[in-house]
Design a protein around this ligand. Sequence first.
Ligand SMILES: [Fe+2]
Length: 255
Amino acid sequence: MLYGVFSDVHGNLEALTSVLAFFEKSAVEAYIFCGDLVGYGPDPEACVQLVRGLRKSLMPVCGNHDQAALGVLDPNWFNPYARQAVLWSRKMISDESRTFLSRLTARLDGRLFTIAHGTPRRPAEEYMLTVAAFKENMPKVPVWPLFVGHSHMPLFFRIRPDHLPGAGDVELDTIEQGREVKGERRPYGVVPIVFNPGSVGQPRDQDWRACCGLYDSDALSFRVFRLEYDIELSQKKIRDAGLPEFLALRLAFGQ
Ligand SMILES: [Fe+2]
């Protein structure tokens, strides 16, 4: 089955529209969403409604910004820009969107894979950015592969295929457009591997373009794609909403 994999939309409707059009064109059969529909960006309500209305099978988790917008996570943990934006987003989402977000968990254990916003052990807080974080979270993953978001970086981690789980070296690398990263099946299951599709609405790897992934569950193959979108319109909406100028500027720098 072909999955459209995306994360960290953060209220950027122009970027989300571009990604969903690409998924449609690619004939994806289902969607994996790794959390953070709202926060930072100027269109939280439209983004929640667009994802909520996806016709095909959607496997979503919520992120820390979604939880803060719902009032179940204290935004005082956020930097001032993120805090201002999430408190603004809280006022902009409808009861219907609030209900949709409140039904999501920050971790989802599927039959064919696991999804967590940050990490399986602390899905709303921890970042999967180091080999230590990967190894310490391995016992918490019931089914591999694991899909994560939160860091806004397209990355993969995996146990090198010639080593047994927990006993060998870990490979960690960014995934640039066009590179295919493949998992491997063994008699005991899939060799531990983590995929991060980067961020749709606020990439932080010095590339402004929206980031997303395609996952083929038969081939265990994951690829990352970068898509241009109307960034000037997104920046204008941020300014028109009275959100911090920094949030408009950082989009252009991919930071
Ligand atoms: Fe995020």
